[in-house]
Design a protein around this ligand. Sequence first.
Ligand code: NDP
Length: 313
Amino acid sequence: MMITQLGNIFGDSQVASIISGKELGQQILSELKSEVFAIKKELNISPCLAVILVGDDPASGVYVANKRRTCEEIGIISKAYDLPASTTMKELLKVIHELNNLAEVHGILCQFPLPGGMNEQEAVLAIDPAKDVDGLNPLNVGLLATGQPKFISCTPLGVLEILKRYEVETVGKQVVVLGRSNLVGRPLATLLSQKGWDATVTICHSRTRNLESHVQQADIVIAAIGQPNFVTGEMLKENAVVIDVGINRLPSFDTNKKGKLCGDVDFEAAFQKARLITPVPGGVGPMTIAMLMRNTILAARLQNHSHPIEQKF
Ligand code: NDP
């Protein structure tokens, strides 16, 4: 399912199957749409996500617009809080506190990066952990670290959903996670080493020695470092599963056009070696948004003392 076989497009006999995060994301969104409908019927509430955008960073504007549009597509109410770049930390915290106290708002997302001089950690700490659909509040991070996850940040959750739905075996497998950020690498490595996933996980970062030798041992490679085309075909073990989280924009030679998007993996070379691979764009990205919707629905259910959606973690 959702596997695209490109056959011998690059001329070799050994080629990977491509994971379509776009199709899988759409399938999950249609499941979630039914779930929103069921909640409305059962509990007489509409899940609601408040998205705060501070300033006018163009990339953040695009991400936020996508999130709001997806909410509307599946029946989640989206509340927009667009604040000017001149907003002070005190004003932002006031908005967050108001949203914490609004019963009809189930999830709060503050889009990062915040404009220079603002303290992101302070914003994360201010969000009520029960509405922390980004899974960044230390309470949710602690629950995850101790094996009782509630809100898992959306990108790691999206990666796990890919592995689950594509039936990628993780038990006893060697997983290498490239990147140790609190947003992606670290929660992924923590979850995959926990019971249920049972992988043997190695985290690599900018100070790792002989990084290639770690990657060469890996049955599953997850790249989240923000370095274009960093993982080469030679680094990979034959038949590895490759999940590319990275989103990088290459320089453009045409001043009127944006450069091409690429991941952290050299796709064409990795495609020759891997068994399964995610493309960029159209791989992990669409899953991240779908998981934000899922966390918002989970928040709405939990705040209304209802059963959460069935999930493995
Ligand atoms: P961060 O910049 O927070 O973290 C990057 C990590 O990669 C750090 O741990 C860093 O190591 C490590 N790293 C950087 N360069 C190297 C290198 N040359 N060799 C080994 N390790 C290296 O990034 P994020 O985790 O937030 O994001 C990672 C990528 O994922 C980005 O491209 C981002 O755009 C993308 N992303 C995609 C999402 C999606 O929905 N698809 C969502 C979120 C992020 P150290 O700790 O030593 O500095």
